[in-house]
Design a protein around this ligand. Structure first.
Ligand code: B12
Length: 311
Protein backbone atom coordinates (compact mmCIF):
# COMPACT_ATOMS: atom_id res chain seq x y z
CA UNK A 1 0.00 0.00 0.00
CA UNK A 2 1.45 3.40 -0.92
CA UNK A 3 2.61 5.99 1.64
CA UNK A 4 0.16 8.49 0.25
CA UNK A 5 -2.87 6.55 1.41
CA UNK A 6 -1.45 5.22 4.69
CA UNK A 7 -2.85 6.78 7.85
CA UNK A 8 -6.03 8.16 6.39
CA UNK A 9 -9.28 6.61 5.28
CA UNK A 10 -9.61 5.45 1.72
CA UNK A 11 -12.29 6.45 -0.74
CA UNK A 12 -14.14 3.75 -2.68
CA UNK A 13 -11.99 4.50 -5.71
CA UNK A 14 -8.75 4.12 -3.74
CA UNK A 15 -9.92 0.92 -2.05
CA UNK A 16 -10.88 -0.45 -5.45
CA UNK A 17 -7.44 0.39 -6.84
CA UNK A 18 -5.63 -1.24 -3.91
CA UNK A 19 -7.75 -4.38 -4.24
CA UNK A 20 -7.69 -4.49 -8.02
CA UNK A 21 -11.46 -4.61 -8.29
CA UNK A 22 -14.09 -2.24 -9.63
CA UNK A 23 -15.46 0.60 -7.55
CA UNK A 24 -18.93 -0.90 -7.99
CA UNK A 25 -17.73 -4.13 -6.30
CA UNK A 26 -16.30 -2.20 -3.34
CA UNK A 27 -19.58 -0.31 -2.92
CA UNK A 28 -21.63 -3.48 -3.20
CA UNK A 29 -19.53 -5.27 -0.55
CA UNK A 30 -19.73 -2.22 1.71
CA UNK A 31 -23.49 -1.96 1.33
CA UNK A 32 -23.92 -5.66 2.03
CA UNK A 33 -21.94 -5.31 5.28
CA UNK A 34 -19.11 -7.58 4.18
CA UNK A 35 -16.63 -4.71 4.02
CA UNK A 36 -16.83 -2.37 7.03
CA UNK A 37 -17.14 1.30 6.13
CA UNK A 38 -17.75 4.69 7.61
CA UNK A 39 -19.65 7.49 6.01
CA UNK A 40 -18.56 11.12 5.83
CA UNK A 41 -20.96 13.92 6.75
CA UNK A 42 -21.58 14.25 3.03
CA UNK A 43 -22.57 10.57 2.79
CA UNK A 44 -19.41 9.26 1.06
CA UNK A 45 -18.01 5.82 1.94
CA UNK A 46 -14.60 5.65 3.65
CA UNK A 47 -12.52 2.56 4.43
CA UNK A 48 -9.82 1.98 7.04
CA UNK A 49 -6.53 1.12 5.29
CA UNK A 50 -5.88 -1.72 7.73
CA UNK A 51 -9.18 -3.37 6.75
CA UNK A 52 -8.33 -3.05 3.09
CA UNK A 53 -4.81 -4.34 3.78
CA UNK A 54 -6.20 -7.40 5.57
CA UNK A 55 -8.38 -8.36 2.66
CA UNK A 56 -5.63 -7.62 0.17
CA UNK A 57 -3.30 -9.97 2.07
CA UNK A 58 -5.98 -12.62 2.19
CA UNK A 59 -6.25 -12.47 -1.57
CA UNK A 60 -2.52 -12.52 -2.32
CA UNK A 61 -2.14 -16.19 -3.15
CA UNK A 62 -5.08 -16.22 -5.50
CA UNK A 63 -4.00 -15.64 -9.04
CA UNK A 64 -7.31 -15.36 -10.78
CA UNK A 65 -8.62 -11.84 -10.28
CA UNK A 66 -12.26 -12.86 -9.95
CA UNK A 67 -11.42 -15.15 -7.06
CA UNK A 68 -9.18 -12.49 -5.54
CA UNK A 69 -12.02 -10.03 -5.51
CA UNK A 70 -14.39 -12.39 -3.83
CA UNK A 71 -11.88 -13.74 -1.33
CA UNK A 72 -10.90 -10.25 -0.35
CA UNK A 73 -14.44 -9.19 0.37
CA UNK A 74 -15.08 -12.14 2.57
CA UNK A 75 -11.91 -11.87 4.56
CA UNK A 76 -13.12 -9.26 6.97
CA UNK A 77 -16.10 -10.71 8.72
CA UNK A 78 -16.09 -14.03 6.92
CA UNK A 79 -12.93 -15.69 8.22
CA UNK A 80 -11.03 -16.95 5.14
CA UNK A 81 -9.80 -20.49 5.17
CA UNK A 82 -7.01 -22.06 3.22
CA UNK A 83 -8.07 -24.39 0.43
CA UNK A 84 -6.47 -27.37 2.12
CA UNK A 85 -8.47 -26.64 5.24
CA UNK A 86 -11.77 -26.02 3.47
CA UNK A 87 -12.04 -28.53 0.67
CA UNK A 88 -9.56 -31.23 1.55
CA UNK A 89 -10.58 -34.59 0.06
CA UNK A 90 -13.17 -36.25 2.24
CA UNK A 91 -14.07 -33.01 4.00
CA UNK A 92 -17.30 -32.52 2.04
CA UNK A 93 -19.27 -34.60 4.55
CA UNK A 94 -17.92 -32.56 7.44
CA UNK A 95 -18.84 -29.36 5.63
CA UNK A 96 -22.39 -30.59 5.04
CA UNK A 97 -22.53 -31.31 8.78
CA UNK A 98 -21.27 -27.77 9.57
CA UNK A 99 -23.80 -26.37 7.12
CA UNK A 100 -26.57 -28.37 8.80
CA UNK A 101 -25.56 -27.14 12.28
CA UNK A 102 -25.35 -23.51 11.14
CA UNK A 103 -28.76 -23.83 9.43
CA UNK A 104 -30.61 -25.35 12.35
CA UNK A 105 -28.81 -23.15 14.92
CA UNK A 106 -29.86 -20.02 13.02
CA UNK A 107 -26.20 -18.95 12.74
CA UNK A 108 -26.44 -16.72 9.70
CA UNK A 109 -22.87 -15.37 9.83
CA UNK A 110 -21.40 -18.83 10.13
CA UNK A 111 -23.43 -20.11 7.21
CA UNK A 112 -22.54 -17.02 5.17
CA UNK A 113 -18.87 -17.72 5.91
CA UNK A 114 -19.19 -21.32 4.71
CA UNK A 115 -20.99 -20.38 1.47
CA UNK A 116 -18.78 -17.39 0.67
CA UNK A 117 -15.61 -19.38 1.37
CA UNK A 118 -16.79 -22.16 -0.93
CA UNK A 119 -17.39 -19.60 -3.65
CA UNK A 120 -13.96 -18.08 -3.08
CA UNK A 121 -12.44 -21.52 -3.48
CA UNK A 122 -13.92 -21.80 -6.93
CA UNK A 123 -17.18 -23.61 -6.24
CA UNK A 124 -20.01 -22.44 -8.49
CA UNK A 125 -23.37 -21.41 -7.04
CA UNK A 126 -24.82 -24.64 -8.46
CA UNK A 127 -22.16 -26.75 -6.80
CA UNK A 128 -22.65 -24.97 -3.47
CA UNK A 129 -26.42 -25.43 -3.74
CA UNK A 130 -26.36 -29.11 -4.70
CA UNK A 131 -23.37 -30.27 -2.69
CA UNK A 132 -23.87 -28.43 0.56
CA UNK A 133 -27.05 -26.43 1.07
CA UNK A 134 -29.54 -28.88 -0.44
CA UNK A 135 -27.74 -31.83 1.11
CA UNK A 136 -28.07 -30.20 4.54
CA UNK A 137 -31.70 -29.19 3.90
CA UNK A 138 -32.51 -32.77 2.90
CA UNK A 139 -31.24 -33.82 6.30
CA UNK A 140 -33.47 -31.18 7.90
CA UNK A 141 -36.41 -32.69 5.98
CA UNK A 142 -35.55 -36.26 6.96
CA UNK A 143 -35.31 -35.34 10.65
CA UNK A 144 -38.53 -33.35 10.45
CA UNK A 145 -40.22 -36.33 8.77
CA UNK A 146 -38.96 -38.60 11.55
CA UNK A 147 -40.35 -36.19 14.17
CA UNK A 148 -36.87 -35.31 15.45
CA UNK A 149 -36.94 -31.69 14.32
CA UNK A 150 -39.80 -29.24 14.83
CA UNK A 151 -41.43 -27.09 12.16
CA UNK A 152 -40.00 -24.06 13.99
CA UNK A 153 -36.46 -25.44 13.62
CA UNK A 154 -37.11 -26.08 9.94
CA UNK A 155 -38.33 -22.47 9.56
CA UNK A 156 -35.15 -21.23 11.24
CA UNK A 157 -33.10 -23.28 8.77
CA UNK A 158 -34.94 -21.87 5.74
CA UNK A 159 -34.60 -18.31 7.02
CA UNK A 160 -30.89 -18.77 7.83
CA UNK A 161 -30.28 -20.13 4.34
CA UNK A 162 -32.06 -17.14 2.79
CA UNK A 163 -29.90 -14.64 4.72
CA UNK A 164 -26.66 -16.47 3.91
CA UNK A 165 -27.59 -16.62 0.22
CA UNK A 166 -27.87 -12.81 0.24
CA UNK A 167 -24.28 -12.64 1.55
CA UNK A 168 -23.19 -14.98 -1.20
CA UNK A 169 -25.05 -12.87 -3.72
CA UNK A 170 -23.18 -9.77 -2.51
CA UNK A 171 -19.79 -11.22 -3.47
CA UNK A 172 -20.81 -12.42 -6.92
CA UNK A 173 -19.59 -10.38 -9.86
CA UNK A 174 -22.26 -8.15 -11.32
CA UNK A 175 -21.90 -8.22 -15.10
CA UNK A 176 -22.45 -4.93 -16.81
CA UNK A 177 -24.33 -4.09 -19.98
CA UNK A 178 -27.21 -5.81 -21.73
CA UNK A 179 -27.93 -9.24 -20.26
CA UNK A 180 -30.35 -12.03 -21.15
CA UNK A 181 -33.50 -11.91 -19.06
CA UNK A 182 -34.99 -14.73 -17.04
CA UNK A 183 -38.24 -15.14 -15.16
CA UNK A 184 -38.53 -17.66 -12.40
CA UNK A 185 -41.26 -18.89 -10.06
CA UNK A 186 -42.55 -22.02 -8.40
CA UNK A 187 -45.77 -23.80 -9.32
CA UNK A 188 -49.15 -23.05 -7.78
CA UNK A 189 -49.53 -24.29 -4.18
CA UNK A 190 -45.80 -24.90 -3.79
CA UNK A 191 -44.50 -22.70 -0.97
CA UNK A 192 -40.94 -24.02 -0.81
CA UNK A 193 -38.93 -20.84 -1.34
CA UNK A 194 -35.35 -22.00 -1.16
CA UNK A 195 -35.26 -23.87 -4.51
CA UNK A 196 -36.61 -20.72 -6.13
CA UNK A 197 -33.98 -18.51 -4.50
CA UNK A 198 -31.28 -20.95 -5.54
CA UNK A 199 -32.56 -21.00 -9.12
CA UNK A 200 -32.58 -17.19 -9.22
CA UNK A 201 -29.06 -16.97 -7.77
CA UNK A 202 -27.71 -19.63 -10.14
CA UNK A 203 -29.09 -17.67 -13.07
CA UNK A 204 -27.74 -14.36 -11.76
CA UNK A 205 -24.32 -15.85 -11.18
CA UNK A 206 -24.40 -17.09 -14.79
CA UNK A 207 -24.91 -13.49 -15.90
CA UNK A 208 -28.67 -13.31 -16.42
CA UNK A 209 -30.95 -10.58 -15.19
CA UNK A 210 -33.59 -12.34 -13.13
CA UNK A 211 -37.10 -11.38 -12.19
CA UNK A 212 -38.36 -13.69 -9.47
CA UNK A 213 -42.16 -13.89 -9.54
CA UNK A 214 -42.15 -15.82 -6.26
CA UNK A 215 -43.62 -19.03 -4.91
CA UNK A 216 -47.02 -20.45 -5.88
CA UNK A 217 -47.41 -18.76 -9.25
CA UNK A 218 -50.19 -20.31 -11.40
CA UNK A 219 -49.22 -21.01 -15.04
CA UNK A 220 -51.81 -18.51 -16.41
CA UNK A 221 -50.18 -15.75 -14.31
CA UNK A 222 -46.77 -16.86 -15.55
CA UNK A 223 -48.01 -16.71 -19.16
CA UNK A 224 -49.09 -13.11 -18.62
CA UNK A 225 -45.71 -12.22 -17.17
CA UNK A 226 -43.93 -13.86 -20.10
CA UNK A 227 -45.96 -11.80 -22.58
CA UNK A 228 -45.17 -8.66 -20.65
CA UNK A 229 -41.45 -9.14 -19.92
CA UNK A 230 -40.43 -11.18 -23.01
CA UNK A 231 -37.74 -13.18 -21.16
CA UNK A 232 -35.06 -15.32 -22.85
CA UNK A 233 -35.55 -18.02 -20.25
CA UNK A 234 -38.31 -19.15 -17.88
CA UNK A 235 -37.31 -21.32 -14.96
CA UNK A 236 -40.07 -23.07 -13.01
CA UNK A 237 -39.45 -24.88 -9.76
CA UNK A 238 -41.64 -27.56 -8.20
CA UNK A 239 -40.89 -29.37 -4.98
CA UNK A 240 -44.47 -30.61 -4.82
CA UNK A 241 -46.89 -30.89 -7.74
CA UNK A 242 -50.32 -31.62 -6.35
CA UNK A 243 -52.74 -31.37 -9.29
CA UNK A 244 -50.94 -32.83 -12.29
CA UNK A 245 -53.89 -32.89 -14.74
CA UNK A 246 -54.66 -29.25 -14.14
CA UNK A 247 -50.95 -28.36 -14.41
CA UNK A 248 -50.67 -30.23 -17.72
CA UNK A 249 -53.61 -28.28 -19.13
CA UNK A 250 -52.37 -24.84 -17.99
CA UNK A 251 -48.78 -25.66 -18.89
CA UNK A 252 -49.67 -26.36 -22.53
CA UNK A 253 -51.04 -22.82 -22.89
CA UNK A 254 -48.02 -21.35 -21.12
CA UNK A 255 -45.60 -23.27 -23.35
CA UNK A 256 -47.25 -21.81 -26.46
CA UNK A 257 -46.70 -18.31 -25.12
CA UNK A 258 -43.09 -19.11 -24.21
CA UNK A 259 -42.48 -20.49 -27.73
CA UNK A 260 -44.05 -17.43 -29.32
CA UNK A 261 -41.69 -15.05 -27.48
CA UNK A 262 -38.70 -17.36 -27.99
CA UNK A 263 -38.14 -18.15 -24.30
CA UNK A 264 -36.44 -21.39 -23.30
CA UNK A 265 -38.22 -23.31 -20.53
CA UNK A 266 -36.50 -25.09 -17.65
CA UNK A 267 -38.42 -27.21 -15.15
CA UNK A 268 -36.60 -28.23 -11.97
CA UNK A 269 -37.26 -29.99 -8.71
CA UNK A 270 -38.75 -33.19 -7.32
CA UNK A 271 -42.28 -32.24 -8.44
CA UNK A 272 -41.19 -32.54 -12.07
CA UNK A 273 -39.22 -35.76 -11.59
CA UNK A 274 -40.08 -39.04 -13.32
CA UNK A 275 -40.58 -39.91 -16.98
CA UNK A 276 -44.37 -39.95 -16.80
CA UNK A 277 -44.55 -36.35 -15.52
CA UNK A 278 -41.82 -35.13 -17.86
CA UNK A 279 -43.53 -36.59 -20.93
CA UNK A 280 -46.65 -34.63 -20.06
CA UNK A 281 -44.74 -31.45 -19.30
CA UNK A 282 -42.13 -31.19 -22.07
CA UNK A 283 -39.39 -28.58 -21.58
CA UNK A 284 -36.03 -27.51 -22.97
CA UNK A 285 -34.48 -28.89 -19.80
CA UNK A 286 -35.76 -31.01 -16.94
CA UNK A 287 -33.22 -30.32 -14.22
CA UNK A 288 -32.43 -32.55 -11.25
CA UNK A 289 -29.80 -30.17 -9.94
CA UNK A 290 -28.59 -26.60 -10.06
CA UNK A 291 -25.39 -27.71 -11.75
CA UNK A 292 -27.48 -28.94 -14.65
CA UNK A 293 -29.10 -25.52 -14.82
CA UNK A 294 -25.63 -23.92 -14.95
CA UNK A 295 -24.56 -26.20 -17.79
CA UNK A 296 -27.73 -25.43 -19.70
CA UNK A 297 -27.15 -21.66 -19.38
CA UNK A 298 -23.68 -22.11 -20.83
CA UNK A 299 -25.10 -23.79 -23.94
CA UNK A 300 -27.89 -21.23 -24.16
CA UNK A 301 -25.57 -18.22 -24.01
CA UNK A 302 -23.07 -19.92 -26.36
CA UNK A 303 -25.85 -20.48 -28.91
CA UNK A 304 -27.00 -16.90 -28.61
CA UNK A 305 -23.50 -15.55 -29.19
CA UNK A 306 -23.15 -17.75 -32.29
CA UNK A 307 -26.49 -16.60 -33.67
CA UNK A 308 -26.31 -12.94 -32.70
CA UNK A 309 -22.62 -12.21 -32.34
CA UNK A 310 -22.94 -11.78 -28.57
CA UNK A 311 -25.51 -11.96 -25.77
C1 B12 B 1 -38.11 -26.29 4.22
C2 B12 B 1 -39.19 -27.27 3.89
C3 B12 B 1 -40.52 -26.87 4.04
C4 B12 B 1 -40.93 -25.46 4.51
C5 B12 B 1 -40.72 -24.46 3.39
C6 B12 B 1 -40.44 -23.09 4.00
C7 B12 B 1 -40.18 -22.06 2.96
N1 B12 B 1 -40.64 -20.88 3.24
O1 B12 B 1 -39.57 -22.32 1.96
C8 B12 B 1 -42.42 -25.66 4.88
C9 B12 B 1 -42.56 -25.92 6.37
C10 B12 B 1 -43.37 -24.54 4.51
C11 B12 B 1 -42.74 -26.95 4.15
C12 B12 B 1 -44.03 -27.32 3.93
C13 B12 B 1 -44.37 -28.53 3.40
N2 B12 B 1 -43.55 -29.54 3.11
CO1 B12 B 1 -41.64 -29.34 3.02
N3 B12 B 1 -39.82 -29.43 3.17
C14 B12 B 1 -38.86 -28.57 3.44
C15 B12 B 1 -37.46 -29.19 3.33
C16 B12 B 1 -36.96 -29.48 4.73
C17 B12 B 1 -36.41 -28.39 2.59
C18 B12 B 1 -36.88 -27.90 1.21
C19 B12 B 1 -35.78 -27.16 0.55
O2 B12 B 1 -35.69 -25.95 0.64
N4 B12 B 1 -34.88 -27.89 -0.13
C20 B12 B 1 -33.83 -27.32 -0.93
C21 B12 B 1 -34.03 -27.84 -2.34
C22 B12 B 1 -33.43 -26.95 -3.38
O3 B12 B 1 -33.43 -29.11 -2.41
P1 B12 B 1 -34.21 -30.36 -3.05
O4 B12 B 1 -35.66 -30.14 -2.89
O5 B12 B 1 -33.59 -31.57 -2.51
O6 B12 B 1 -33.91 -30.20 -4.60
C23 B12 B 1 -32.93 -30.91 -5.33
C24 B12 B 1 -33.35 -31.12 -6.77
O7 B12 B 1 -34.67 -31.51 -6.87
C25 B12 B 1 -33.01 -29.82 -7.44
N5 B12 B 1 -34.02 -28.79 -7.52
C26 B12 B 1 -35.03 -28.55 -6.68
N6 B12 B 1 -35.76 -27.53 -7.10
C27 B12 B 1 -35.19 -27.07 -8.23
C28 B12 B 1 -35.54 -26.02 -9.06
C29 B12 B 1 -34.77 -25.77 -10.20
C30 B12 B 1 -35.16 -24.65 -11.09
C31 B12 B 1 -33.63 -26.57 -10.47
C32 B12 B 1 -32.80 -26.28 -11.65
C33 B12 B 1 -33.29 -27.61 -9.64
C34 B12 B 1 -34.07 -27.86 -8.52
O8 B12 B 1 -31.92 -29.31 -6.70
C35 B12 B 1 -31.74 -30.05 -5.48
C36 B12 B 1 -30.46 -30.89 -5.60
O9 B12 B 1 -29.39 -30.12 -5.31
C37 B12 B 1 -37.76 -30.48 2.50
C38 B12 B 1 -36.75 -31.60 2.69
C39 B12 B 1 -36.07 -32.00 1.41
N7 B12 B 1 -35.72 -33.25 1.29
O10 B12 B 1 -35.88 -31.23 0.52
C40 B12 B 1 -39.20 -30.76 2.90
C41 B12 B 1 -40.15 -31.52 1.93
C42 B12 B 1 -39.85 -31.06 0.51
N8 B12 B 1 -41.48 -31.10 2.36
C43 B12 B 1 -42.30 -32.06 2.31
C44 B12 B 1 -43.67 -31.96 2.66
C45 B12 B 1 -44.45 -33.23 2.68
C46 B12 B 1 -44.23 -30.70 2.97
C47 B12 B 1 -45.70 -30.44 3.30
C48 B12 B 1 -46.71 -31.15 2.40
C49 B12 B 1 -45.87 -30.77 4.78
C50 B12 B 1 -47.29 -30.63 5.30
N9 B12 B 1 -47.91 -31.75 5.55
O11 B12 B 1 -47.80 -29.54 5.43
C51 B12 B 1 -45.79 -28.90 3.16
C52 B12 B 1 -46.24 -28.45 1.76
C53 B12 B 1 -46.27 -26.96 1.64
C54 B12 B 1 -46.49 -26.51 0.23
N10 B12 B 1 -47.71 -26.62 -0.25
O12 B12 B 1 -45.58 -26.05 -0.42
C55 B12 B 1 -41.67 -33.35 1.82
C56 B12 B 1 -42.06 -33.65 0.37
C57 B12 B 1 -42.27 -35.13 0.13
C58 B12 B 1 -42.94 -35.35 -1.20
N11 B12 B 1 -42.21 -35.25 -2.27
O13 B12 B 1 -44.10 -35.56 -1.23
C59 B12 B 1 -40.16 -33.09 2.08
C60 B12 B 1 -39.21 -33.82 1.11
C61 B12 B 1 -39.86 -33.49 3.54
C62 B12 B 1 -39.91 -34.99 3.77
N12 B12 B 1 -38.75 -35.62 3.93
O14 B12 B 1 -40.94 -35.55 3.82
N13 B12 B 1 -41.65 -27.61 3.82
Amino acid sequence: MSRAIKGRKLTSKEAARVLGVSEASVKRWANSGLLPMEKTAGGHRRFRPEDVAVIRRAGLNVEESRLQRGRSSAALRVRPRREAELLAPGREGELVEETFRALTGGREEELSAILVNLHLHGQSVGAIADGFLCAAMQRVGDLWHAGELSVAEEHVATRTAAVALESLRAVLDAPEGERPHALCCSVEDDFHELPLRLAALTLEAAGLEVFNLGASTPFPALSEAVERFLPDLVCVSSTLLTRLDRAVYDYAAFRKVARRVGAAVVLGGAGFAGDAVRRRLPADLHADSFRQLEEFITTLTANESTHQGGV
